[in-house]
Design a protein around this ligand. Structure first.
Ligand SMILES: Cc1cc2nc3c(=O)[nH]c(=O)nc-3n(C[C@H](O)[C@H](O)[C@H](O)COP(=O)(O)OP(=O)(O)OC[C@H]3O[C@@H](n4cnc5c(N)ncnc54)[C@H](O)[C@@H]3O)c2cc1C
Length: 184
């Protein structure tokens, strides 16, 4: 299932400028996101729209991750959490902070998605010491523009993993990711 806006709607980033017309697609499953990507060009993924400029506006179509909002699995022994790309940092903190876990890297707003945090390799106030968000990412699944879904990590498709951290959505759409939480 998916919602779409044929003909396009005006989208902007957090700075509210520029505003541009783009078809907005909101798939509810990772496979649905891949199908949208495969069928279109001039398309980019969008998370919570907290980027200030136009990074999350496709020239023709924009695929929102907001329907991909499930937490998939958690292993308390290793602190590994797997979530879909539209889960936000706020969602994770609401569930896991009371259970004694935090994220080592958080930006100035918690209302960003995990897909957006990876794509911008966001940083916190501890950047000089702990690095960017990518340092807590073990792996993710990426839908490539050709429709293939690949798993990327430091040992599997390592070049694509590195290019996607801070790649601003230009390598494809992140579908889900496994993160290392910080026990507190
Ligand atoms: C109040 C405020 C404070 C901020 N503070 C900081 C800070 O301290 N440090 C910092 O680093 N940033 C900061 N930012 C910027 C923000 O963290 C980044 O812009 C972040 O990428 C936004 O995430 P998002 O989910 O809203 O993504 P969007 O804004 O929707 O998208 C951002 C980029 O990520 C790509 N993207 C989104 N989802 C996916 C996906 N599933 N697959 C592939 N690509 C995807 C988009 O194509 C786009 O290029 C701040 C922003 C605000 C509004």
């Amino acid at each position: 299932m998916s919602t779409s806006s044929p003909g396009g709607i005006g989208l902007s980033g957090w700075g509210n400028y520029p505003k541009a017309s783009s078809e907005l697609l909101t798939p509810q499953t990772p496979a649905g996101a891949r199908d949208h990507l495969l069928a279109r060009s001039g398309v980019v993924a969008r998370g919570a729209g907290r980027a200030y400029g136009d990074a999350a506006i496709g020239t023709q179509s924009t695929i929102s991750s907001r329907g991909l909002n499930r937490m998939r699995s958690f292993d308390a022994a290793t602190a590994r959490l797997t979530v879909e790309a539209g889960v936000t940092i706020a969602d994770i903190l609401a569930v896991f902070e009371p259970r004694g876990f935090f994220l080592k890297v958080v930006p100035g707003t918690k209302f960003v998605t995990i897909g957006g945090a990876i794509a911008a390799d966001v940083h916190g106030k501890n950047h000089h010491r702990d690095g960017g968000f990518g340092t807590i990412v073990d792996s993710f699944r990426l839908a490539l523009p050709g429709g293939e879904i690949v798993t990327c990590s430091r040992s599997e498709n390592a070049a694509l993993f590195a290019a996607t951290l801070g790649g601003m959505g230009l390598t494809g759409m992140i579908l889900d990711a496994t993160l290392r939480l910080l026990p507190i």
